[in-house]
Ligand binder design. Structure first.
Ligand code: PEP
Ligand code: MG
Length: 578
């Protein structure tokens, strides 16, 4: 056996025969042209580029119709690459200058660009390499008429091995027979990784030259958790992995049962499980995992990695897209801009701060001098999206009542502005705040009178309570969501809100953590918002808990002396059935 170590791109196990994708799908050898043939050759190349654009456009429409948002986005990139006069122009120029056939010149230009991009220290450009490879292979195969060479249907399940996992290939493949992927290039966020995850197929990427070392028919095991690939393993290894796969299949089948079910404890108490998203595309996961809405839409990603602020129209379309994507499946809680801290926005001219996490960030920045127009523009865009579904507005990093009132004042102005323009919105839209600052937790009784809901942001609440920067490895040991101080604050926040008949959610990482969930159920948390990957396990866990027993658990843990003690106690008393 030999074992390859790569990067885990999509979790799960796969065992079976390899199918190695051919590395070149067309003959790239050079053929000299007579002068009178050159124009016709350029025409042949351009006609095939046009055919590729039409075909990719069809694939894109199919991906859109199948709700495969990631694939659709990749095909959009491919079309713009083929419409980019530089790439296509380089090839036609080369055909002209070198009086050579289109296949060879296309291959030369593609390889040169890939070599150039790979040498740059820029992840986006490196990612362009797989797009280039894909579109170039498509046109090359059209030019040489070898399109049909590629096997896309398999009578038996296979594990696909290749240089890269081209989106145009996966769109054509009968994926029901593909049980795993292993490819030479890519990282956790490369297209191949995204596609594998969206298809739910175990995958390992970044395996360097695995595609030239494996033969079709070799027996392969993919361990998508460890990021390893085993080739022709011993029967003991096969047995061990068959058992792991069997247990995993049973676990996944169990989770699947919870997809359509509401979230209810064993003694009949209902809570809501929602997901956190960073862009409208992510909202698709609500249906995929059976979530009860979006508990946190981090809008700042729309404002990052660009040269100018997104317009009100652009924001409106993004928020509306998230709202319409989930339809009836619960609310979308849209958090207003949370930048500063670790998130820099070049066009906002933020000054350098010695303590950015304690600085001019989130609501402080939005309420800051000269920023009211920017904030109101976002509020108008959110309000407009509220006309299309169930939207709630949430302000981040509130520390004082006055900040909440100032934000609400601007919200009122934004509504008046929309009224004046005759633009519709939901006037009853709920407004809540994140509880991320200990000061806010301690005045939750006052804040709860002026909001519709709280959502506890434990990622920040923990760092501020423990005075330990969440980005600093050296103090990472203090990132303790189960520290008695943090738990007492959370308990106090939930009690204060309930005293005013307001609901409380949690959208920090803690909400999806199996050790925290029993405690939060005992405290009476109403909504848990988490990454989609942990939602079904959380629903299963909650269905086995008894609220009344968890109330007692909370009484016990609030008296304990450390996070470790609390974790051990929950694990041995509650999670033993896991
Ligand atoms: C939090 O602080 O818990 C939170 C959800 O916000 P973010 O992680 O975006 O700061
Ligand atoms: Mg936060």
């Amino acid at each position: 056996m030999n074992e390859w170590e790569g990067i885990s791109a999509s979790s799960g196990y796969a065992l079976g025969s390899a199918y190695v994708l051919p590395s070149a799908l067309y003959d790239t050898s050079r053929r000299q042209l007579e002068a009178h043939e050159i124009l016709a050759e350029i025409g042949r190349f351009e006609a095939n580029v046009e055919k590729a654009i039409r075909d990719i456009d069809l694939l894109k429409s199919k991906a859109v119709a199948d709700n495969k948002v990631e694939q659709a986005a990749i095909f959009t990139t491919h079309i713009s690459l083929l419409r980019d006069p530089e790439f296509v122009g380089d090839v036609t120029q080369r055909i002209q200058d070198e009086a050579s056939n289109a296949e060879a010149m296309l291959n030369e230009v593609t390889e040169e660009l890939i070599t150039m991009f790979e040498a740059m220290d820029n992840e986006v450009l490196k990612e362009r390499c797989s797009d280039l490879r894909d579109v170039s292979a498509r046109i090359g195969s059209y030019l040489s008429g070898e399109e049909e060479k590629l096997q896309t249907e398999f009578p038996e399940p296979v594990i696909m091995i290749g240089v890269d996992l081209a989106p145009s290939l996966t769109a054509k493949l009968d994926v029901s027979q593909v049980t795993g992927f292993a490819v030479d290039v890519g990282g956790k966020t490369s297209h191949s990784a995204i596609i594998a995850r969206s298809l739910g197929i175990p995958a390992v990427v970044g395996l360097k030259d695995i595609s030239s070392s494996i033969q079709t028919g070799d027996f392969i095991i993919i361990d998508g958790y460890r990021g390893t690939v085993m080739v022709n393993p011993s029967s003991e290894v096969i047995d061990a992995y068959q058992k792991l796969k069997h247990d995993e299949d049973a676990r996944l089948a169990r989770y699947e049962m919870y997809r359509e079910l509401p979230t209810v404890t064993a003694d009949g108490i209902s809570v809501q499980l929602a997901i956190n998203i960073a862009n409208p595309k992510d909202a698709m996961a609500v249906k995929k995992v059976g979530a009860e809405g979006v508990g946190l839409y981090r809008t700042e990603f729309l404002f990052m990695d660009r040269k100018e602020m997104p317009s009100e129209e652009e924001q409106y379309y993004a928020y509306k897209a998230a709202v319409t994507a989930i339809g009836e499946h619960g609310p979308v809680i849209i958090r207003t801009l949370d930048v500063g801290g670790d998130k820099e926005i070049p066009y906002l001219q933020q000054s350098k701060e010695s303590n950015p996490f304690l600085g001019y960030r989130a609501i402080r920045l939005c309420l800051g001098s000269g920023n009211a127009d920017m904030f109101k523009m976002q509020l108008r865009a959110i309000l407009r999206a509220s006309a299309h579904g169930n939207v709630k507005i949430m302000y981040p990093m509130i520390a004082t009542l006055q900040e909440l009132r100032a934000a609400n004042h601007l919200l009122k102005e934004a509504k008046v502005e929309l009224d004046a323009m005759g633009v519709s919105y939901d006037d009853t839209v709920e407004v809540g705040i994140m509880i991320e600052v200990p000061a806010a937790a301690l005045i939750a009784d006052q804040l709860s009178k002026e909001v519709d809901f709280f959502s506890i942001g434990t990622n920040d609440l923990v760092q501020y309570t423990m005075a330990a920067d969440r980005m600093n490895e050296q103090v990472a040991y203090l990132t303790q969501p189960l520290h008695p101080a943090v738990l007492r604050l959370i308990d106090q926040v939930i009690r204060a809100a309930h005293a005013q008949n307001k609901w409380v959610g949690m959208c920090g990482e803690m909400a999806g953590h199996p050790v925290a969930i029993p405690i939060l159920i005992g405290m009476g948390l109403d909504e848990f918002s988490m990454s989609p990957a942990v939602l079904l396990p959380a629903r299963e866990l909650i269905s086995k808990l008894n609220r009344s027993e968890m109330v007692e658990l909370v009484r016990d843990v609030l008296q304990m002396e450390s996070a470790d003690e609390i974790e051990t106690y929950v694990k041995s008393n509650v999670l033993e059935f896991e």
